[in-house]
Design a binder for this molecule. Sequence first.
Ligand SMILES: Nc1ncnc2c1ncn2[C@@H]1O[C@H](COP(=O)(O)OP(=O)(O)OP(=O)(O)O)[C@@H](O)[C@H]1O
Length: 763
Amino acid sequence: MVNVPVNAENQPLRIRAGTEVEAAADQADGQNAPGGPAELDQLGARLKAVLRAARYHGVELDPSEFRTANPVPSAADLSEWAQNAGMWSRAIRIRWTHLLRFQDTGPVVLLFNDGGAGLLTGASAERNVVFLKSADAPDDGEVTAVDELRLSQVWTGEAVLLRPTRSHVAADAPFTLHWLAELVRLESRPLRDIAIASFTLSVLTILPPLMVMTLVNKVLQFNSLSTLVLLSAVIAVVFVYETLLGHARRLIVNVVGARLDTKLHLHVFSRLLRLPLDYFERHPAGETMYHLAQVYRIREFLTGKLLSTFLDLITLCVLVPVMFYINATLAWIVVACAVVIMLIILAYLKPLRRRYQRVVEAETWKSAALGETVVGIKTVKALGLEPQRKALWDERVAEAGKARLAFGQLASWPQTLVTPIERVMVLGTMLIGAYLAMNDRSGYMVGSLFAFMMISQRVAQPLVGLARLVEDYEEVGAAIGEAASVLNRPLESSSNSTGLRPKLVGEVAFSDLTFSYIATKTPALDRVSFHIPAGTMFGIVGRSGSGKSTIARLLQGINRDYSGFLKLDGVDLKEINLRHLRQGLGVVLQDNFLFRGSIRDNIVAGRPGLTLSDAMRAAHLAGAQEFIERMPNGYDTYIEEGSPNLSGGQKQRLAIARALIHDPTILILDEATSALDPESEAVVSANLMRIASGRTMIIVSHRLSSLTECDNILVMDQGKVLDVAPHATLLERCTLYRQLWSQQNRHLDGRQGRPVAIPPRLV
Ligand SMILES: Nc1ncnc2c1ncn2[C@@H]1O[C@H](COP(=O)(O)OP(=O)(O)OP(=O)(O)O)[C@@H](O)[C@H]1O
């Protein structure tokens, strides 16, 4: 708390700054504001203040993306956080007089001496006060009028300003050519510089032909040495200028290209992460990667061909009038040839589009086969499937080759037809020009012809390029379609900013819930109802395919199109913000992916604010500590992608530690111990009660022996609930449960006894 003695009305005033230390203490005590967003409660006051200010502008910042090396976030750290999320933000030192100007702006974050922060929501110059609100106050919470003296006692003089970028390209907007054009348009300043440079270069290109014209007409005819010297000097200056300007233009084009690339990379990856799991289950990784690679072809087109054609157009605008000025007859010939070229290219567009579509399809299949083989290489090797995979690959390569060949053959036709016309354009004008010069009595025609030849060469190229652009656009259109087929799918949630963020306690209720996977007839869950009180251990058993994992999926919000209700702490799960929901959940699956990096990195998984001691605590709870400490580099032992240097049991225990480190309210173990060896399972089972303390545990398992401690066990069969009761009761009254138990525990004494050894896994 920061106490400010009295407010402007001389009333006792307390601004709750809520320091980082306090926030940490709150978190440790579990004293989250009742009813307030749990996620916010766990953040320091400075982060909270920036988060709220950004939310005012309609931007939801992600606390997990906040990075700082400082113990208390600095203004620069906070500003960078907002900037990385695409907002305009500045960290500034500011005087009181300037604060008074923030009358109708959005909230400004003021940093306090004790590491806290407050929101300045307005100011009154007449009363010489500013209006402050605590970072913890609700949106409609009270504001406090504070004068200069009182503020100076708590304020560091630093502020973080933020607002949405005017040029912000909507992250949720569909991926279309229009969206890309908007992205390019944001680079208006460098583009303008490029346009100016190009225009100047075009003007400069007129000079040499005009000078040659003068040279031939004046210098050669009248032997004027002084004119020759002057012309040489001018040409030399022009060349230097042209070289430097050309270099500058290329540099700017490079910068624009790199910036667009970066933006595209960020956008594409963030959309990819927000695609629903369903999508990845239905599409091979290779196909997705091939489609996304098309984005970069589009970018290349935008900053390559499109930009250079646009620049050529500037050249055309300057050169074509000069060409007509020098000789209208010859100019008309050039224009007529260009039109014919354009018509030829247009005539081939449709058939080319069809053939290109086939290329795209064949390439997609090829990539899918490659991706599948790389991902499934262990299985390929284990089953000796190399010849089959090779045959499949040969087939796909042949198909792609055939499609490319067919496309190339057709695409060469317009080229074949255009080449003679291009020649006619250059040589024809020269011959006709020579004929005209022979009949010209003024004697100036020779110089004009030279100048025209030089200019027409510069004009012909852009004109043909313009026609080709249409052809390229076809390819890019197809590429956009491919990238859009991945990126424009409905995202997992329309926005991370939507949805409720209730404080999760861990009570789960399914009522009359029916769910079918897309394109399946029988429901995976059929009118399922059950209730899990908060803080209890809940087991789910059933035969294979009975719907156990589907229950876990629905709880994670992976599929939301079910009928009936699924409530968490009385709140409909569909209403809960997805990120908030998943932050409250810990999930361990049968097969968990460990990322490349150290063991410590894998347990912490990039979550901010977690240290080695947190990782050690989680590892201890998961029974992983002992094997990690035996490793040569302990927690710094490096794990390769796919973790070949760890056994299945070790991997699994690391995955449990990873899920436990953020202390989830609900922990779901979906067949998490099925692949463990008896020793590892015994370690995890021994820790299960400790792991479960203070949270709801949902354990999906084939092995009934690992569920006997559960408060309740749900027995599923063909998507339906058969029974829900503790182990002993189920043994009494549920036939399926009894059958499964006796199958797994034939070696036990008595029907209700404890297993004397870990039974073999039932599949
Ligand atoms: N992604 C999916 N798409 C289509 N159908 C699915 C999908 N996942 C599961 N199913 C089907 O839904 C039903 C329930 O599957 P679920 O994975 O929930 O069963 P389970 O009890 O967990 O099985 P197991 O113990 O074998 O993992 C099955 O008939 C399965 O074929």
